[in-house]
Design a binder for this molecule. Structure first.
Ligand code: FMN
Ligand code: SF4
Ligand code: SF4
Length: 444
């Protein structure tokens, strides 16, 4: 019997699908509608110091036929009155006592933190999320990512909050930092009950070629915005992995955020150590209804794998994410083309010849356009299989017999690594490359 319910640092929810603090959680109306649709929790649009927003606010990276592959905003925290938000939190909790309602907060002084924590606790919030991530506007006022980028300040504020709070605290981290372990560790040392990440990434999504202003344009000018949506998922997963593998940080639960749109994204975040996920851009794009596909897909995955709860597979991918030096240098794959499905587009030939290792040849026959792999030149880089427009037409097939296993680390320990630039033990020594002048012949 599959049970999707979670207990996230003491915050209970019927499932791990939460809305991230953002426009979809701006009001009680939206959150009730989302809970009706199937979401298990919501982090309220950040409450805090009074703000005034600009228009326009959003920009997008459209890639070919895909709208909003990346999304960017220069919106601030909520501009609705605190009293309205508190009243609506209370109302939502009345209708949905078993769903998670988390109040995202961002204020400045210790006194303000203490006051607003009391307010949201009185309103019935199940937890508090500290917004140390907003990378525009609020950071210019010393809040948001300005705190997320200063581990010592972050630790101090988490300490204040923990002293004042009676409900669980989630510290939301900024990805605008080179070493995510630093703020992650600071949050844990400050006493946080859990962590969420990522908030948005500082970005400029484009420049208008007439006004020369960055998008989104506000009266002829723009500012850096916060980037999110499908494009940021790989960055979010990498940071999640860093935290989830850390012995001290991994003692607290982590809520994964960044580019989540499908059940598969959800499973990947859980496999990397998240025990709840938060979604913003995908809901802004497609609406609350996407949770139905997420839940159905997650259930089917768990059924197929024999998992009963989220915790049965949390972090299962982590042992397989290692440092490069521990990878098996003896493992060998090469590309293989299926001539039955190949449409003769030549893309693999072009990308291998210009962008990889000149390991694909074209037949000298105007009718047969099916390329072939020159196996001794193929380094197994994957490029041709990634560019091929026909699914599974190029596959990577294993060529070693699995008996040998040797890593760079082991070679280093055995004192068997190349030490000079022309050392015979270097990897590419003797590998075929065409003569430079062959390029002239091929371009004619
Ligand atoms: C328009 C917009 C407004 C946002 N406002 C907030 C906010 O008030 N507080 C906060 O913590 N994060 C805010 N975020 C960040 C999201 O909660 C989330 O961390 C980020 O968008 C990454 O998730 P996604 O890729 O699913 O959008 C906002 C994001 C967007 C797009
Ligand atoms: S795997 Fe890389 S080297 Fe091998 S054929 Fe494909 S692109 Fe060329
Ligand atoms: S890219 Fe794929 S379809 Fe195109 S020629 Fe190569 S193998 Fe055939």
């Amino acid at each position: 019997m599959i049970d999707l319910s979670i207990n996230f640092a003491g915050i209970k929810a019927p499932n791990p699908f939460w809305l991230a603090s953002a426009p979809p959680t701006n009001s009680g109306y939206q959150i009730m509608k989302a809970f009706e649709a199937g979401w298990g929790g919501a982090v309220w649009k950040t409450l805090g110091v009074p703000v005034i927003n600009v228009s326009s606010r959003y920009g997008s990276v459209d890639y070919r036929n895909t709208r909003m592959m990346g999304f960017n905003n220069i919106e601030l925290i909520t501009d609705r009155p605190l009293a309205d938000n508190l009243r609506e939190i209370e109302e939502v909790k009345k209708y949905f006592p078993d769903h998670a309602v988390i109040a995202s907060l961002m204020v400045e002084s210790r006194k303000e933190w203490e006051q607003i924590i009391k307010d949201v606790e009185n309103a019935g919030a199940d937890g508090i999320e500290l917004n140390f991530g907003c990378p525009h506007g609020m950071c210019e006022r010393g809040m948001g990512s300005a705190v997320g980028q200063e581990p010592e300040v972050l630790k101090t504020i988490v300490g204040w909050v923990k002293e004042a709070a009676n409900i669980p605290v989630i510290t939301k981290l900024s990805p605008n930092i080179s070493h995510i372990i630093d703020p992650g560790l600071a949050a844990v040392q400050g006493g946080t009950d859990s962590i969420s990440l990522i908030n948005t990434i500082k970005s400029i999504v484009g420049i208008d070629l007439d006004s020369y202003a960055p998008y989104p344009i506000v009266d002829g000018k723009g500012s850096n915005g916060g980037y999110c949506g499908p494009a940021v998922k790989p960055i979010a997963m990498h940071m999640l992995k860093d935290l989830a593998q850390h012995p001290e940080i991994s003692k607290v639960p982590i809520s994964g955020i960044g580019g989540i749109e499908t059940w598969r994204d959800v499973v990947e975040f859980i496999l990397l150590g998240a025990t709840s996920v938060q979604v913003c851009t995908a809901v802004m794009h497609y609406g609350f209804g996407i949770v139905r596909e997420m839940e159905a897909g997650l259930r089917q995955f768990m059924e197929e794998k024999g998992y009963n709860t989220i915790y049965d597979f949390t972090g299962k991918a982590l042992p397989n994410v290692t440092e490069w030096k521990h990878l098996n240098l003896k493992y060998k794959v090469v590309a293989e083309i299926n001539p039955d499905t190949c449409i003769g587009c030549d893309l693999c030939y072009i990308s291998c010849d210009d962008g990889a290792h000149q390991a694909i040849s074209l037949p000298n026959d105007p009718i047969n356009r099916i390329p072939s792999i020159i196996e001794e030149n193929c380094v197994g880089c994957n490029l041709c299989s990634l560019v091929c427009p026909v699914e599974n037409c190029i596959t990577m097939v294993k060529r070693d017999d699995g008996t040998e296993h040797l890593t760079w680390n082991e070679r280093t320990l055995n004192d068997d690594v190349p030490t000079t630039f022309d050392d015979d033990r270097a990897g590419g020594k003797g590998h075929f490359v065409p003569k430079p002048t062959d390029a002239l012949k091929n371009n004619n």
